[in-house]
Every structure is written in C-alpha cells, then in structure tokens.
Design a protein around this ligand. Structure first.
Ligand code: TRP
Length: 334
C-alpha cells in the first residue's frame, strides 16, 4: 500500500466577493495543489466564522453559493479535492468547544485580528474572540499537516500549533503541528492603508468586469512621494509593484522597476501594464465562471460535506474518548 497523502486544509469566509487579495494570497496556491494532486486537499467555506460579526442571513446564504462557484472557477475543482461548507459538518463547532478548554484567554487576547476587529466597538461577540479556536478546530478535525493561507493568518496558525503541543502533551499524541504556507509578500488594499478586505471597500473582485477593475486600479494608492512622472519612484514600497511581482514575468518586473525608478513611467503606465497582466489571467477564469450553475455546485458541496464528515466523526470519537466524555450508554452516540 502506498503512504497516505499529506492532508492540506484551508478556509475562506463566504462573507464577501472573492477579491484579488484572496486570489493572489491563497486561492492560487490552492489551485496549484489541487491540480498537482499529490496531496489530499480540503477547502472549506467557513460560514460559521462569517457570523462572528454583524451580518445579513439572506445575504450570507447567497454568498455561500457564489463563493463556491468563484472557487471552482479559480481551479479549486471539487472533482479533485474536498470542497465543502463548514457548518454542514457540525463537528467543527464541537471540536472548537473541546479545544477552547486548552486555549488560554491571554493567548486569544493577543491576536492582532481580534484587536483590530474589536477596537473601538461598544460590543463584540464572544465568538469573535474565540474565532481562532474554531479555526484550529477546522484544521485539527482533519489532522491537516499543511495550511496554505494569506500572511495575515500566520499568527492564528501559530496559536493552533501551540494548541496542538498543549493537547498532545496533556492527552497523548493525536494531532500533527500544522505547517503554514504563506506567500512572501503582503498585498495591501487599493487604499494602501490596510490589508485588502471587502469590508474596507479597498478591493478588486476576481470576477469584476474589465472596465470597473481598471477604474479602481487607476485610482489605487502608490508612492505618496511621487508627485510627477519624472520623480524617481520606489517600487519596494509600492503595492502596485508588489502585485507585479505576483503577476508579471521577470522581464516585465525589471522593465517596470527601471522605468519607475528612472522617472520614465508614471504610476498610470505601471498600472496599465499590471491591468493587462491581470486581464490575461482572469479572462479564462471568467469564462469558466460563466459555465457554472448553482445546482451543480451545491451537489459538489454535498458530496464534499459527506466526505469531510466521515473523517470528522472519526476524530471526534477519538477526542471524546481521550477527554473521558460521554455516558457510554447504549444508544448514546460516541
Ligand atoms: N480565518 C481565515 C481567514 O479569514 C479563514 C479560515 C477559517 C481558515 N478557518 C481556517 C484558514 C482554517 C485556514 C485554515 O482568512
């Protein structure tokens, strides 16, 4: 028998449109892994994470279908991986509770995402605070070894690793320490001030049309010190150049760098080239997106959930056993 494949797990909130930050930061890596097929890939629409902040239920319902289709169009093919919706597998919530018993509040209160999202709010939910515990549960339920994420999630991953060490020490080796895989660069929003995020309105959607993407890109923040074209630019601090490093060929990057630092191209010229590169990559995805239907995608999500649930139940059984939980009564589920 051949060795079991390494398990990969990652998640995305279905709360907004899939944007180029998600795509360049994580989803492209998922696609590469799915296509390679050398690992056992699990990708999850984390709807239970999406309800930790105020939201509209009808909108979320709709977004789940849309996000699933967007992911499929980006190459996260449900025929070749396990694509599912988190809340379809209730074991995620159950494991989160168990893990919360070994997660110190002090660790959670140090999470920068928690600090950012709770800052200045009169009231925030307990769930927003324990968000990283549910994230650990997502990963550990499948005993995933690799987690491809955007770099803003690395702190949460470190917390998961800490939880694994604590758990394994207390209850015996059960979970592997998941290794994060993150891109080397951070993609900021178009405003250049914060990470790209739908709630901040600083994104370009992957499936936005060409003109509207261009009108957003045109106005994007670059190097504030550069007032006229002849001022030498600083690609190393420019978010647009960062995107070039992810989308353009080496030659184009060199060309952009030389013309920017040499004061030959203005930011407009540089953005124009980036937009062309982006279009080149996105046109085939849009075509694929147009072929997809809600009905077919839902069917795939159903299959994904069944597959995920089988593994999840197995893990939960083991966990309840080591924790000493349950009545062991006949008819009581173990
Ligand atoms: N918190 C992640 C984000 O916002 C999404 C997520 C939830 C996730 N559970 C996960 C990512 C498990 C990786 C693994 O991007």
């Amino acid at each position: 028998m051949s060795a079991p494949k390494t398990r990969v797990f990652s998640g995305i909130q279905p709360s907004g449109e899939l944007h180029i930050g998600n795509w360049l930061g994580a989803v492209r890596t998922w696609k590469t892994k799915v296509e390679a097929g050398t690992e056992d890939n699990f990708y999850c629409l984390v709807d239970a994470h999406a309800i930790t902040v105020p939201y509209e239920p009808a909108e979320l319902r709709e977004r789940i279908d849309l996000m699933a289709m967007d992911l499929c169009a980006c190459g996260v093919d449900p025929e070749k991986c396990t694509l599912f919706v988190q809340s379809d597998v209730r074991e995620h919530m159950e494991l989160a509770w168990y893990l919360s018993t070994v997660t110190p509040m002090g660790d959670l209160s140090r999470m920068t995402q928690w600090k950012d999202k709770s800052e200045g709010k009169d009231s925030v939910s307990t769930a927003l605070f324990t968000y990283p515990v549910l994230m650990s549960a997502d990963i550990l339920l499948y005993k995933a070894a690799i987690v491809p994420v955007g770099d803003d999630q690395l702190q949460h991953l470190e917390l998961t690793r800490e939880t694994v060490r604590r758990w394994n020490f207390r209850f015996g080796n059960m979970f592997p320490e998941p290794q994060p895989v993150a891109g080397a660069v951070r993609i900021m929003g178009l405003d250049g001030q914060a990470k790209m995020s739908k709630s901040k309105g600083n994104t370009i959607a992957v499936f936005e049309d060409k003109e509207s993407a261009w009108s957003k890109l045109k106005g994007a923040y670059t190097d504030p010190q550069r007032l006229k074209k002849s001022d030498p630019g600083r690609p190393e601090i420019c978010n647009i150049f960062t995107m070039h490093t992810l989308l353009s060929t080496k030659e184009t990057q060199d060309e952009v760098r030389a013309n920017c630092t040499g004061g030959k191209w203005g930011c407009f010229d540089c953005k124009k080239v980036l937009h062309e590169r982006m279009e080149h990559e996105l046109v085939p995805l849009r075509a694929k997106r147009a072929e997809l239907s809600t009905a077919k995608t839902r069917e795939a999500l159903g299959d994904g959930a069944s597959k995920a649930r089988r593994i999840a139940r197995e893990t939960i059984r083991e966990v309840r056993e080591v924790l000493g939980l349950g009545s062991l009564a006949k008819g009581a589920e173990s």
